[in-house]
Design a protein around this ligand. Structure first.
Ligand code: ZN
Length: 293
């Protein structure tokens, strides 16, 4: 039996060393995520060279890495001295720390690689959603296809063997995608119906609904990543987290005495991603608890 995660065979060093290695790979992945988050919303090519967001001057070589430019205090544009966004170092360090933690959690192998890759994808989607309130089809749709194709690894777990690459994971991933789409679409149309009723006779129409079409496609991607039935719990947890987030948001608004208007749009993407990541990393444990097994 050929195991894809033969730890000792491929990496005869202590796990801590693997963790340091994955931290460095995570830093590099964070730089790529920042690049993609800078370029994709403006329809520039994925890895186009970074420019100052204010004056368009190409950034210095060293400023490719957000954390390096902050550590070396080169965190301003050489031309117009506009500050670099804090997002770059946060994403780099965050991705690196996440990869290092995953290396401690899973043995070296294909599963670890695939989970790291999709973690970076989810970080990218969260960053773009937080900054632009957008979930781009160019990210979510191809990644759904890729998650479906790799479902034997993802749903098989870290001990995936060549023999276990059977048809069943494809069915679970397919069911996951369909469930993700249908449930969020259902909620979306319920929202549209609700707005029609509320907006009747209102001079100032409200046009925010719980899930946008971007969230629907994200739910499909998460369905492919965690499979069925985990996607059902991901959606429930995302809605609960969104509710908690909304209450905190309203409390914050009240505390800072800013006027609160009902129906302020709250992006669901980050909550979906938090819940999806929880099931990606702790799926078997969480599912066992949810099903009372
Ligand atoms: Zn500038």
């Amino acid at each position: 039996m050929l195991t894809l995660d033969a730890h000792v065979k491929f990496f005869p060093f202590p796990t801590q060393m693997l963790s340091v290695l994955l931290f460095l790979i995570g830093l590099a992945a964070g730089i790529l995520v920042n690049r993609a988050a800078d370029n994709l919303p403006y329809e520039r090519s994925l890895l186009a060279a970074p420019c100052c967001a204010h004056c368009g001057t190409p950034r210095a070589k060293l400023q490719n890495s957000g954390s390096l430019s902050f550590i070396l205090r080169r965190d301003r544009c050489a031309q117009c001295s506009a500050p670099l966004s804090l997002r770059a170092p946060i994403v780099e360090i965050g991705t690196a720390a996440l990869f290092a933690w995953l290396a401690l959690r899973y043995p070296i192998g294909v599963y670890l690689g695939v989970v790291c890759f999709f973690s970076a994808v989810l970080i990218l989607i969260a960053v773009i959603d937080l900054e632009h309130k957008l979930i781009l089809n160019v990210v979510s749709l191809p990644m759904t296809a890729l998650a479906f194709l790799t479902s034997p690894i993802l749903l098989g777990g870290p001990g995936t063997t060549i023999e276990s690459l059977a048809l069943k994971p494809y069915w679970l991933a397919f069911l996951g995608i369909v469930t993700g789409y249908l449930v969020t679409l259902g909620i979306y149309y319920l929202g549209v119906l609700f707005l029609r009723i509320v907006n009747r006779g209102r001079a100032k129409k409200i046009n925010t609904v719980a899930f946008g079409m971007g969230d629907v496609k994200l739910a499909g991607l998460l369905g492919a990543l965690v499979g069925f039935p985990a996607i059902v719990y991901v959606l429930v947890y995302a809605i609960l987290l969104g509710g908690v987030g909304a209450i905190l948001f309203i409390a914050f608004r009240a505390a800072t005495r800013r006027p609160y208007s009902a129906f302020t749009a709250i992006p669901y993407g980050p909550y979906l991603i938090l819940a999806g990541a929880a099931f990606l990393y702790f799926g078997p444990e969480l599912l066992a608890r949810a099903l009372g097994a």
